[in-house]
Design a protein around this ligand. Sequence first.
Ligand code: HEM
Length: 479
Amino acid sequence: MKAPDSATLLLYRGLSIGWFVSLSWLSYLRTQSPIPAIPGTSGFIRSYLGALRFFYQARDIISLGYNQDRGGVFRLSRFLRWEYLVIGKKRVLEVASAPDHVLSLDEGLRDALQSDYTMGPETTLNPYHIDVVRGALTRNLSRCFPRVHNEILHAFDDVLGLHDTEWKLVQVFPALNMIVARTTSRLFVDLPLCRDPGYLTLCIDNTIDIFMWGTSYSVLSLRVNLLFRILGPLLSKRKRNLRHALKFLGPMIDERVKQDNEYGTDWPDRPNDLISWLLDVARGEERTTAILTQRILTLYAVSIQTSSMTLTSALYDLVTYSDHILPMREEAERVVATQGWTKAALGNMHKIDSFLRESMRMNSQIIGLMRKVIGKDGFKFSDGTTIPYGSFISVPMAAAQLDPGTNIQQAIDCFRVNISRVNYDNADVFDGFRFARLREKQSGDRDTHEVTRTFTRHMVTTGFDHVVFGHGQHACPGR
Ligand code: HEM
């Protein structure tokens, strides 16, 4: 075939740029809104410059909006769309409690992570694994705790490979990622697969592919939807990873389905693991090996990256604020001396719980509680503020969790528009035991179980001011 001459190439380039600019301009006109944009990012060109700046100065750009905003909602330019950021208890709770047919997490993920291509349409269309995590997995945690505890010990020993008192340089995140993948696998698929390096690397790599490729695809797809429908499946590594995973999980799942079909779910020595918990619920084609494998990969994707990042931050905080180490060690030793290493014992380690929550507060992602507006009339807050159909809503959680306080003008403004800001005393200071002290203050001479039940500042208790696990009906079931 004859190569196009330079004039034709120039024409193609001109047409592509023209096409891109006119589509962007049209979408810009379509998304005009009375809600204020972050200072310096309104206007067609400046919105794109603002989006570019968000790539390398996200925290700064969000705090510009957070600190100037007086109405509790502002707009952030994200290259190919506007994202509406919501501040204050009332608005955050309204977002968290909105029904799925108006604000959707799934549709948000479908756009933001291209979940149909990266995780497969079956897992997004029928997300029954969420109920499995919330139900069987959570119910079985106490029973499975000994094997998880055992794996934590072995995984640290094997991954760090320390001998006696020698010192060694270790890359923190990859090491912890492997330890978390292994511990999670001990719960999900148990021995011996949970120690297979090939399997663990696949689970980690697949998770990275989902997040890295998913976000890149989402930029592509928003502009060239039709083209992306053809390219998406070709570009995605999902099928390749699935084929690889089937080599590890395929024979195991086949055998388990066969046994279940023959003897029901009550045969002797039926393993108490994720495969059984999924099979208890899966019906029809959901029981096929490939779809079950894909679902297990999806559960790895939502669990290991998040847990590894949390653990990494906590470890850095531990060495940075090392005066916390001794009190936490003493607490662990005291509790374990009477209760042993059990899940219930962990629930009595209040200082450790407080430290982890504080670490999450200080190191959280910049935005959270992401939802897509899919209600045809948009999403209406109780004060009438409306977010248009098709846009994204989220919470600037890092800014809110680090909000140092309200000055008098802000207080007057907040009162006027009925928003209550999140404030922590000395919010910019790491205070690992702030929540443990709060708990102690609230307990008085009340029964410990009663305090545990009612205390609202545990690491895993979500709230408008603690959305690192989300909040409302979609709050992380694995937390
Ligand atoms: C420190 C660790 C973790 C963090 C920070 C975390 C965080 C989150 C967040 C922010 C969400 C979205 C919630 C929302 O937007 O309202 C979520 C959802 C989810 N998480 Fe986690 N997660 C963690 C660990 C886990 C683990 C270990 C599992 C499984 C064993 C898991 C399973 C899920 C599932 C299935 C969803 C989807 C819930 C839904 O769509 O309703 N997560 N998680």
